[in-house]
Design a protein around this ligand. Structure first.
Ligand SMILES: Nc1ncnc2c1ncn2[C@@H]1O[C@H](COP(=O)(O)OP(=O)(O)O)[C@@H](O)[C@H]1O
Ligand SMILES: [Mg+2]
Length: 364
C-alpha cells in the first residue's frame, strides 16, 4: 500500500541522504495520576504520582521498535499514550505524523493494537477467519465483504494459518494460535503501524520465538512498522531500535548492537569461564582483576567476563588467577554479549546509580 507523506512527518538524520519518515515520535512525555485517600482526622488527602517522566523516543517507517522494562516500568502507560487511550500531562505524541492528543480519531486509523493476553477479545464460537472478518466489518465501513475476507486470509496465511486452521473454532485453538488470531485482527484494516502489548507473555519458549518470527514476517512482507512492548528480553534480537525503561524514565534508546558496543568493552566480546563449583567469592575475585570490567553469572557454574582486551593474554591471566585460588577450570572459551547480558549489566548500573543518589547505598 502506498503511504502518503504527512506534513512534518519526515526527518533527515545526519549523514543519511535518504529521507526517512518518523512513524512514532514521542517528545518529553510525562504522565501523572492523582489519587485521593482518607487520612485522619477525616481528611481527604490528594496525592499526585508521576508514572512516566520526560520520555522521548522515535522510530522510522518499517522498523521494529521494542519498549523493554520490568513490570511497572511504565510500558503499557506509554503504549496507552500512543493509542490515545491516555492523555499525557506534558509532551507530544505523534503517530504517522498525526498529533494523537489533538487528532485521535485520525490517528487511530493508522495503527492496529494487540492488547495483552488477558484483554484479548477473540470469540470462542467463531472460527479464526470469522473472528478476523467480524472485527474487520466493525473497523472497515464501506469495504466489501469479499475484500475483508481476502484481507483476513492474506494476513492469517502470513501468520502461518493454512485453510483448515482458518476454519477451526477459536475455542479449539492453542494459546499461540489465538495470539496470532488477535494479531490478524489488529492487522485487518491495513494499518501502517502494529502496536503489541506483551505479545509473548504466557507462551512457552518455542511459541514465543514462533510469534516473534511471524511478526518479523509481517514486517518484511507487508512493510508494516511494529512496536512491541515487553519484559521479555528475547524480543531485542527482532528489534531495530530499543527503548529501555526504568521507573518511568528512558535509560537507553538506540540500535541494540550500538547499545551493547557503547557499554561493553571490546564490542561485547567476552570470555566464558566454567568452573567445577562456582560461588560469589570466586566471582568477586575475578571481578577484582584490574583488566576486568564486568562479570555476570550466566549459568550454575559459568560466568561471562568482559575486560579491556579479550585476547590470549587475557585468557592466560584468567587461567593463572583460577590456578592461584585453586579453582579447577571445566572450560574456557571466547564468547559474545547477547542482549540479556547487556541488559543485566545496564540495569544493575542504573540501580546502583539510583541507590547512590538516594544515599541508601554505595555502588559495588
Ligand atoms: N491509572 C493509574 N493510576 C495509578 N497508578 C497507575 C495507573 N496506571 C498505571 N499506574 C502505575 O504506574 C506504573 C506503571 O504501570 P504500567 O505502565 O502498567 O507498567 P508496565 O506496563 O511497564 O508493567 C505502575 O506502578 C502502575 O501501578
Ligand atoms: Mg504492561
Amino acid at each position: 500500500m502506498a503511504r502518503a507523506a504527512p506534513p512534518g512527518g519526515f526527518d533527515l538524520p545526519t549523514g543519511d541522504r535518504q529521507v526517512r519518515r518518523k512513524i512514532i515520535d514521542l517528545r518529553d512525555v510525562t504522565v501523572t495520576v492523582s489519587s485521593t485517600k482518607f487520612s485522619l482526622p477525616f481528611k481527604l488527602k490528594r496525592t499526585i504520582t508521576t508514572i512516566v517522566q520526560g520520555v522521548s523516543f522515535h522510530s522510522y517507517e518499517g522498523e521494529i521498535l521494542g519498549l523493554i522494562g520490568e513490570s511497572g516500568a511504565g510500558k503499557s502507560t506509554i503504549l496507552r499514550c500512543i493509542t490515545g487511550q491516555m492523555k499525557p500531562s506534558r509532551g507530544t505524541v505523534s503517530v504517522a505524523g498525526i498529533d494523537v492528543v489533538h487528532h485521535k480519531n485520525e490517528a487511530i486509523k493508522r495503527f492496529g493494537y494487540v492488547p495483552q493476553l488477558e484483554l484479548i477479545s477473540v470469540y470462542d464460537h467463531f472460527t479464526a477467519l470469522e473472528n478476523v472478518y467480524y472485527f474487520g466489518k466493525m473497523y472497515l465501513s464501506g469495504v466489501g465483504d469479499e475484500q475483508i475476507k481476502q484481507r483476513g486470509k492474506e494476513v492469517l496465511s502470513i501468520l502461518g494459518f493454512k485453510e483448515a486452521l482458518m476454519g477451526k473454532k477459536a475455542k479449539y485453538l492453542s494459546g499461540g494460535e489465538k495470539k496470532r488470531v488477535s494479531i490478524a485482527i489488529g492487522m485487518v484494516h491495513d494499518p501502517e503501524i502494529l502496536l503489541l502489548d506483551e505479545p509473548t507473555t504466557g507462551l512457552d519458549i518455542s511459541l514465543r520465538i514462533q510469534v516473534l518470527n511471524y511478526l518479523k514476517n509481517l514486517n518484511k512482507k507487508l512493510g508494516i512498522s511494529v512496536v512491541i512492548v515487553s519484559h521479555d528480553l528475547e524480543i531485542a534480537q527482532y528489534c531495530t531500535r530499543i527503548v529501555l525503561l526504568e521507573k518511568g524514565r528512558v535509560i537507553e534508546f538506540g540500535d541494540p548492537e550500538v547499545l551493547i558496543n557503547k557499554l561493553l568493552p571490546c564490542e561485547g566480546r567476552a570470555i566464558k569461564l566454567e568452573v567445577a563449583e562456582l560461588n560469589e567469592e570466586i566471582i568477586d575475585s575475578i571481578r577484582s582483576l584490574p583488566e576486568v570490567k564486568f562479570v555476570i553469572k550466566t549459568g550454575r557454574n559459568d560466568v561471562k567476563i568482559f575486560a579491556e582486551d579479550i585476547d590470549k593474554v587475557m585468557i592466560s591471566k584468567v587461567i593463572e588467577h583460577c590456578d592461584n585460588i585453586n579453582i579447577p577450570i571445566a572450560s574456557i572459551t571466547l564468547d559474545r554479549a547477547d542482549f540479556t547480558s547487556y541488559y543485566r549489566i545496564r540495569s544493575k548500573l542504573e540501580k546502583e546509580k539510583n541507590q547512590t543518589v538516594d544515599g541508601s547505598a554505595q555502588p559495588s
